[in-house]
Ligand binder design. Structure first.
Ligand SMILES: [Zn+2]
Length: 270
């Protein structure tokens, strides 16, 4: 599933292409016909990403809400849109650009109160400057749930997925199973600022890179990572391989129904 940086990139991209323009909205596939009719012919005023949720704000105060889920994908282009290919749930087009959405988990129109309800159930998004991380820390400290499970819970931190969470815990030297109530405030502040930095970089590059300069392939004289996720990481999907820092074999386990990766030496159980 795309992590938050991908959604923030899409919000920026859609803003560049379409914000301020009157657009037509259609559902070639038919499943979003009613929603599309509420938006079509109005101005797309602004775009916004909140965690893994993408919002398009229209001048009539209605909000398009998209969650890509596992299979959702946007494509876009300039000029006349091509004939729709496959299951195009939504097509948005101005005089100059178009974008198509296929396979999302959610594609719906929200009125302002329902958009607020959506925001209210999301936790702190490290990529938003208006986010207050204190409520997230309060939730984390409340019990004995493991840190990996807490940081993946979108009502605690919004936008983080498995890659950012496993990597940030490695960088913090904390085992994924560390109980939330053991997390000190300085450790939380370090995790939060690390998430902001790593995710912010990924918004710019589109790739998740979490490895410090000393552990890059060139610095270590090792071959670069080969994986469809692209970037250089310490533990994510590296089970059985040696840790870049200490050489210990990276472990994989299941935590709260999700895979988890960690180095037992660099991340001792606290
Ligand atoms: Zn290690």
């Amino acid at each position: 599933m795309p992590e938050g940086h991908t959604i923030h990139r899409l919000a920026r991209r859609h803003h560049e292409l379409l914000a301020g323009d009157k657009v037509t909205v259609a559902s070639p596939q038919g499943r979003f016909e009613t929603g599309a009719a509420l938006l079509s012919g109005t101005v797309l005023r602004d775009t916004e990403a909140y965690g893994k949720h993408l919002l398009h704000h229209y001048e009539n105060d209605l909000v398009l809400h998209v969650h890509l889920g596992l299979y959702g994908k946007f494509t876009d282009g300039a000029g006349e849109p091509p004939p729709p290919v496959g299951e195009v749930r939504m097509r948005v087009a101005s005089d100059a650009y178009w974008l198509d959405l296929r396979g999302p988990t959610a594609c719906e129109v929200l009125d302002p109160p329902r958009a607020q309800t959506l925001r209210d159930r999301l936790g702190a998004d490290p990529l938003r400057d208006d986010t207050d991380p204190d409520p997230a820390y309060a939730r984390i400290r409340r019990g004995s749930t493991g840190l990996a499970t807490l940081l993946l819970d979108q009502s605690v931190v919004a936008g983080t997925g498995l890659i950012f969470v496993t990597e940030v815990l490695f960088r913090a030297g904390l085992a994924p199973t560390t109980p939330g109530h053991r997390l000190t405030r300085p450790a939380w502040e370090a995790i939060w600022s690390d998430l902001r930095e790593l995710m912010g970089t990924a918004v710019g590059t589109g790739v998740i890179d979490t490895v410090r300069p000393a552990h890059l392939p060139e610095a270590m004289g090792r071959p670069p990572r080969v994986d469809r996720h692209g970037g250089e990481v310490y533990v994510y999907r590296r089970a059985g391989l040696p840790c870049h820092v200490c050489g210990t074999e990276i472990r994989r386990g299941t935590l709260g129904g999700r895979n988890s990766y960690w180095c037992p030496t660099c991340q001792p159980v606290g």
